[in-house]
Ligand binder design. Structure first.
Ligand code: TNX
Length: 655
């Protein structure tokens, strides 16, 4: 055999091997795999089905180790919402929550063991966190209606839990999701809805992106102008930022969280074993802060919070007063957030203003630095030392590697895997957040069938296929990878329903990537389980994206004097409908409600203000035919008005 043939055979063998291993890891067969029917997401380490079922009724009670009193009250409250049972009984069948510290060796800090038998449910873990995650699994074993948050909404359900034994623990310790509340602001109750979904998926990090060029969203008592001035931009670009000439809506846009709001959200997350990592951007993405305090900028120019998307050239200057200003801000942030890590941004800091600033050049000289990149590194090192002196650790986007990384800093690798690889090789902790698999602001389907997004393409399958640890790391370096997270940059997401639509079920795939063991991953099994999981999400009232399979697009025309669009669906089917209304020619639409009717009877309706025109806001409606057994003609009526004739498309997805 020639050398060339040997290489060729080698390559063929490798391709065949990866083909077969890929097939092997995804060989899901419902007839063989008796665990799929439970549809637990993320997939646990081990599930053993048993016979029989546990019945939850008026006679059921919950007991707990004394240390678990708070969590017991939480679980009791949570289970009683949909079931209507008080769960106070002490002599009926019991759900037992047991803290067992010795389990730490076997299942670690976040693991749990769950045994459901017809007589009892026993949930054991070494920590409260473990019990919390075990409870998330237990909840998924209930009928889907357990996720209904309307009190006693599901009175006629048989609340049974199948007998099963589950042992489980996570693969990664950082299982996160980020939310940009600066490009668009989401009120406290909306942020809580976002957190609920993380909890359901055993995620433990909420990365809260609080400041940007376009808005400063956290109250800082020492600097009130940050919110009174910096939280309000005069107007916002409409359509895609790249569409020229840019057009603006002419409407001021604002919102911020008071420190009381922040405390409320941190407490809400903490009760769900989620750490809130706050992000305060520096030295770039600073225009909103500089609109309030221009003295900390480089030009002295009077700027407003930015009205378009992208990266502003207005960055903080490098003077002592500015460093002190930012450290004073961090002081208040540290007080509010128990998180070990504080995120200081560090990304996309254009160096133009430093290049032409005398004081920046003087700083480069006096500190013996080579260039502006080293100046950025000097900045980050200052913050790293400061945070360390306060018992905190700095984390920043991978640009903080430029010009040398501060000693204790951790890196969030977003520009692919490179930053993560470099940081881990240098012995720094890393969170993987690469655009290719974790940017949930990217399109998840064909762009002409999806709401306007920033660009890119990251569908469910791509998220699922993501391997968190870059292949270029060896075993020693691998341990610096704490885990990963998804990013929800909100330039094109104006309300929380849209955020949730972008986040789920891609987040469900991510949860499995981060929690489940690699050898347990199977996309076909995940897809199967998702059918049941979607019903849970729908029961909870959350928005999410239904799969592509059942979508139907209809065109409509609305005349100026009409106020309703009626669509007949091809067949009457129970299920959930998600509707996107878009007006792409003529006048914009103002939408007030969507109603689902079967044979003229109202089955479900959603009422909220929506708008569709040059941009869309609140134009997604979710309707459920729920348990209705009605058969007959199925129609969706949309109440909308337009100043003159409007036409566009309505995309309907059905589960
Ligand atoms: C890059 S990732 C950004 C954000 C944008 C995002 C849009 C990073 C650290 N910066 O400011 O919103 O792209 O995808």
């Amino acid at each position: 055999m020639t050398k060339k043939t040997m290489i060729l055979c080698g390559i063929i063998a490798m391709v065949m091997f990866s083909f077969f291993t890929a097939c092997k890891t995804d060989s899901f067969d419902l007839a063989v795999d008796k665990t799929a029917k439970f549809s637990i997401i993320p997939e646990p380490v081990n599930i053993t089905p048993l016979t029989g079922e546990f019945i939850v009724d008026n006679g059921t009670g919950i007991t707990a180790s004394p240390e678990l009193a708070t969590l017991k009250a939480f679980i009791k409250g949570d289970l009683s919402v949909a079931t209507g049972f008080s769960l106070d009984s002490i002599n009926g069948n019991l759900i037992e929550l047991k803290l067992n510290k010795s389990l730490i060796e076997k299942i670690g800090e976040e693991g749990y063991q769950l045994l459901v038998s017809p007589e009892t449910i026993v949930l054991e873990a070494a920590t409260e966190a473990g019990i919390f995650y075990g409870y998330q699994t237990l909840k998924q074993l209930f009928p889907k209606d357990i996720f209904n948050d309307k009190t006693n909404a599901s009175a006629n359900i048989n609340w049974t839990v199948p007998a099963v034994e589950i042992m489980d623990y996570p693969n990664f310790s950082w299982r996160g999701m980020h939310l940009d509340v600066a490009r668009h602001f989401f009120k406290v109750s909306d942020v809580k809805r976002f957190i609920d979904m993380l909890a359901m998926h055993k995620m433990n990090i909420f990365h809260w992106h609080l400041t940007e060029d376009q808005g400063w969203r956290i109250e800082i008592k020492q600097y009130p102008l940050l919110t009174s001035e910096g939280s309000i931009r005069p107007e916002t670009v409409i359509d895609h930022n790249n569409t020229m000439p840019r057009k603006f809506d002419g409407k001021p846009y604002g919102g911020f969280y008071t420190q009381e709001d922040v405390k409320e959200i941190v407490a809400y997350a903490t009760a769900r074993h989620i750490t809130v990592v706050p992000e305060i951007e520096m030295p770039g993405h600073a225009q909103a802060a500089l609109s309030a305090y221009p003295e900390f900028g480089n030009t002295g120019e009077d700027v407003k919070p930015w009205t378009q998307w992208g990266v502003s050239k207005n960055v903080f200057n490098v003077q002592d007063e500015t460093i002190e200003f930012l450290q004073n801000i961090l002081d208040e942030v540290i007080e509010l957030f128990p998180s070990e890590f504080i995120h200081i941004g560090g990304d996309e800091c254009p160096k133009d203003q430093w290049e032409s600033s005398e004081s920046a050049q003087a700083r480069i000289k006096s500190e013996g630095l080579d260039n502006e990149h080293e100046l950025q590194s000097w900045y980050i090192k200052k913050m790293d030392t400061y945070l360390a002196s306060k018992g905190k650790r700095l984390i920043g986007w991978d640009e903080i590697l430029e010009g040398g990384l501060a000693p204790g800093a951790a890196v969030m690798s977003w520009r692919g895997d490179k930053g993560g690889i470099a940081a881990a090789k240098a012995g720094h902790d890393v969170v993987m957040a690469p655009t290719h698999s974790t940017y949930f602001d990217f399109y998840q389907g064909a762009s002409n069938k999806e709401p306007l997004a920033i660009g890119g393409f990251t569908n469910l399958k791509k998220v699922y296929a993501w391997t968190v640890i870059p292949k270029k790391l060896n075993k020693d370096q691998e341990r610096f990878v704490l885990g990963g997270q998804a990013q929800l940059w909100s330039e094109y997401m104006k309300d929380i329903d849209h955020v949730l639509y972008m986040a789920w079920p891609r987040g469900s795939a991510l949860a499995e990537v981060l929690w489940s063991q690699k050898e347990k991953k199977s996309y076909s099994k995940f897809s199967y389980k998702l059918k049941q999981h979607q019903l849970r999400m729908a029961a909870s009232g959350a928005s999410f994206r239904y799969p592509d399979c059942c979508s139907k697009t209809v065109s409509y025309t609305l005349k100026a004097n009409e106020d309703s669009i009626s669509i007949s669906l091809p067949e009457s089917k129970n299920g959930f409908y998600q509707i996107f209304i878009n007006s792409n020619s003529g006048s914009p639409l103002t939408i007030s409600q969507a109603i689902l009717k079967i044979d003229g009877n109202i089955i479900d309706s959603e009422i909220h203000e929506g708008y569709s025109g040059e941009y869309d806001q609140g134009s997604i409606f979710t309707l459920s035919a729920g348990k209705s057994t009605a058969k007959g003609e199925c129609t969706i009526n949309i109440s909308a008005t337009a100043d003159s004739k409007a036409s566009g498309k309505i995309l309907i997805k059905r589960l």
